[in-house]
Design a binder for this molecule. Sequence first.
Ligand SMILES: [Zn+2]
Length: 270
Amino acid sequence: MPEGHTLHRLARLHQRRFARAPVAVSSPQGRFAGSTVDGRVLLRAGAWGKHLFHHYEPARGGPIVHVHLGLYGAFREWRVPSGGEALPEPVGQVRMRMVGADYGTDLRGPTVCEVIDEARVSDILARLGPDPLRSDADPSWAWGRITKSRRPIGALLMDQTVIAGVGNVYRSELLFRHRIDPYRPGRAIGEAEFEGAWTDLVDLMKVGLRRGNIITVSAEHDHGPPSYLPGRPRTYVYRRTGEPCRVCGEPISTAVLEGRNMFWCAACQQ
Ligand SMILES: [Zn+2]
């Protein structure tokens, strides 16, 4: 599932490609009622956690397209052909197509793609924790939730109402980097430990935002067994079950926590 940095990258890209001009919005597949935004000027695109918002004119009370990619959703961008040639035919089930002056993009397979109003946006944001990639993020809010909880920190990190935007890769990698056992209850995390991990998470996600990849392994450990997938940066623990820890050499463990496989080194993370 895309993590928060992917949504922020999409928001920036859509802002660059489509903002301040009218956008033709359609649903080749027919499952998105986008006619209320079709032809309107896109004012801005923004993200909070794994949620993407396209704000259309007018500035007050204008419609907003809300997208959540879920596990399978993805945008694919294309150039608008010059010289009046026909636009590319939609391939597969395109839920939403956006066409600007120079670029178009096709959205396939999202969990959510809907037109909503400001009040509904507020409802969604009210249920999300701070997003490490937003300058207005308030980590003390997340700390308040964690320090009162008996739930394992590995579960709390996946809870979007605690911190918004962290997914399965950042969860496992962050806990390894701070040598925290994923089963430790939130209430047993120290405040300095949380602050260190939050600062690190902000830095890691900013790297992800800039580079488009989740990069968590420091230069001194970036060697040895290859990454879990060709073309992806190495990870400390993510999808490395049974392989030797890059720091201590013990085999990496895995278990299902919050419905997703979690990975950790039982020797390093105690
Ligand atoms: Zn280890």
